[in-house]
Design a protein around this ligand. Structure first.
Ligand code: FNR
Length: 337
């Protein structure tokens, strides 16, 4: 039942990895004409808090549970992430914490990518004891805790009791030996949420904003009585980055489609950017060579922006001048948090 749901998610998510509005098109970086660096000087490695990563791009959380098929997807993603030296998050390990049979889906990620940076993933319903199992299952370098309230409430079988989750998050952050990233799944974080998370000791947020994979649509498409009134819910990713600037380490995701979008996220203040739906879509529809090519292209695009703006390191992109348009500009001018 659960594994069917996971495969369903993948099928539907592939149709919804592109939002109706591409919010990163509403952010223009101000162009510079006079290039002064040598391509060889461009360094895309990043110090993300305690994590030293060779690229700001990472494969964000996707497949969990689902048996042989999702294990195969995870194996391919992990092989390519290892080869391209980018970090990778696995999908929710909640099922595997409870059922040892499910663990193979995740363990394969560490088997094929023994030295890579891997993020474990649990929901905020996880106790510290459960989160610890998730970290150990992968010998993970960091742990993601996903916040998916919208997805749960639009699902008839979704969770309804969130009253114990704040305490869970606080405990997991205080006990975890590895960095804990609290992430949204496509609805974005407000400045208010970021402040609440900081009070719980959270140092890393993945804003997981609106504009890419839409879990309201993914969940609703799987049933007849759909709650499509939530389809436009959420905070666009560029807005969410700008509203999160108080966070110590900001990670951007949700609707990032290219290295140029990734560079825009870094200009706005993120230190790294994750991609989920578009990478999965490329792998499933066009195969492994296409995914390798896409990652190379994203890196080339990112370095091109660095060259144009005269930034030798990724960190130097932060704060470069930009112009906002459309809905994104409305959000920022009205400070809707
Ligand atoms: C996801 N995402 C996700 N996130 C998470 O924290 N745990 C999970 O188990 C999953 N599962 C999952 C399955 C599939 C098929 C997709 C496409 C996505 C959410 C993902 O990590 C990301 O936050 C959103 O998809 C937004 O990013 P993109 O897809 O717009 O790049």
């Amino acid at each position: 039942m659960r594994s069917e749901r996971k495969l369903d998610h993948i099928r539907h998510a592939l149709n919804h990895s592109e939002g109706p509005v591409h919010y990163f098109d509403e952010v223009d970086i101000v162009h510079r004409s006079l290039a002064k660096l040598d391509w060889e000087q461009l360094d895309i490695s990043v110090q993300l808090g305690e994590l030293n990563v060779s690229s700001p791009l990472f494969v964000n959380a996707m497949t969990g549970g689902g048996g042989e098929k999702t294990k195969e997807i995870n194996r391919k993603l992990a092989e390519i992430a290892g080869e391209k030296n980018i970090a990778m998050a696995v999908g929710s390990q909640m099922a595997a914490i409870k059922d040892k049979e499910e663990r193979k889906t995740y363990e394969v990620v560490r088997e094929v990518n023994p030295d890579g940076i891997i993020f474990a993933n649990v929901g905020s319903e996880a106790t510290w004891e459960e989160a610890e199992v998730a970290i150990e299952m992968l010998r993970a370098d960091a742990l993601q805790i996903h916040l998916n309230t919208v997805q749960e409430v639009v699902m008839p079988e979704g969770d309804r009791d969130f009253s114990f989750r704040i305490e869970n998050i606080r405990r997991v952050i205080s006990e975890s030996p590895v960095p804990v990233i609290v992430k949204e799944v496509g609805f974005g974080m407000s400045g208010e949420t970021v402040k609440e998370l900081q009070e719980l000791g959270c140092r890393y947020v993945d804003v997981g904003g609106k504009g890419g994979t839409n879990f309201s649509k993914v969940e609703n498409e799987r049933r007849d009585n759909s709650m499509d009134s939530f389809h436009s819910w959420g905070i666009p990713t560029p807005v969410s980055i700008l509203h999160s600037l108080e966070a110590e380490h900001i990670i951007a995701s949700g609707g990032i489609r290219s290295g140029v979008d990734g560079a825009k996220a870094l200009v706005l203040g993120a230190k790294a950017f994750g991609m989920a739906g578009p990478l999965l879509k490329t792998l499933m529809e066009d195969g492994e060579p296409a995914l390798r090519g896409k990652i190379d292209l994203i890196h080339h695009e990112l370095k091109s922006v660095m060259m144009i703006l005269g930034c030798e390191t990724v960190e130097q992109l932060k704060g470069k001048p930009y112009i906002l348009h459309g809905e994104t500009k409305n959000w920022i001018s009205q400070k809707g948090v």
